[in-house]
Design a protein around this ligand. Structure first.
Ligand SMILES: CC(C)(COP(=O)(O)OP(=O)(O)OC[C@H]1O[C@@H](n2cnc3c(N)ncnc32)[C@H](O)[C@@H]1OP(=O)(O)O)[C@@H](O)C(=O)NCCC(=O)NCCS
Length: 175
């Protein structure tokens, strides 16, 4: 099972449903992503089923991982990527109760390495301009803001900032 220094990172499964709801059912979590996260365990199970069904497009792949803390198994959030032939877009959602310890940063760094291991080196993220924590995170892991959208990033909303990482470069050390 993939692990980092402090995290267990597993393909999203029904076993994570309760933990995800406990971690993410806060108003602040959906403030910049178009609405609240899933707030009931039942709805979370449905969402996990939907994601497991995968995309309709043949050249698209959805990767979804639940992130837990090694020390006690507490579910912290999730990281996800949609891969297209030779590029991907990434997203991540973590709960406020465990913010500020670098867990989300550590998980996104793992995701970048995982995508690199799959041969996907061009990564994009779209972020609301007021979402300071997310902008700081994406820049911390090595993405640079772009003057324009260079790929059809599905999570892009009008006015978002767009970030790109050339993952053939070595990743910066978190700080
Ligand atoms: C964006 C989001 C993932 C950030 O999560 P987080 O838990 O605050 O992230 P981290 O703990 O990795 O980083 C937070 C702080 O911890 C600090 N930190 C503490 N210890 C650290 C360590 N060991 N390594 C790295 N950073 C560390 C970081 O420097 C960072 O400080 P900053 O916010 O002042 O830059 C979270 O706010 C979130 O999920 N928001 C809602 C959903 C969302 O907006 N997702 C993004 C959509 S584009």
């Amino acid at each position: 099972m993939p692990t980092t220094e402090r995290l267990l990172i597993e393909p999203l499964a029904h076993a994570h449903a309760e933990g995800l709801v406990a971690a993410l059912a806060h108003d602040s979590v959906g403030a910049y992503t178009g609405g609240p996260e899933v707030t009931t365990v039942e709805a979370q199970h449905e969402r996990i089923d939907d994601l497991a069904r995968g995309p309709d497009q043949p050249d698209e792949r959805w990767l979804n991982f639940a992130v837990s803390r090694h020390v006690d198994g507490l579910v912290l959030g999730y990281v996800q990527a949609t891969t297209y032939a030779d590029w991907a877009e990434v997203a991540y959602v973590f709960g406020p109760a465990t913010s500020g310890h670098g867990f989300a940063t550590e998980a996104v760094q793992w995701l970048i390495g995982h995508l690199r291991s799959l041969g996907v080196h061009e990564l994009w993220a779209a972020i609301h301009p007021d979402n300071g924590p997310s902008i700081r995170l994406i820049e911390r892991v090595g993405f640079d803001v772009q003057p324009q959208l260079g790929r059809p990033v599905a999570s892009y909303d009008e006015g978002d900032l767009v970030f790109r990482l050339d993952a053939t470069r070595s990743a910066p050390t978190p700080g």
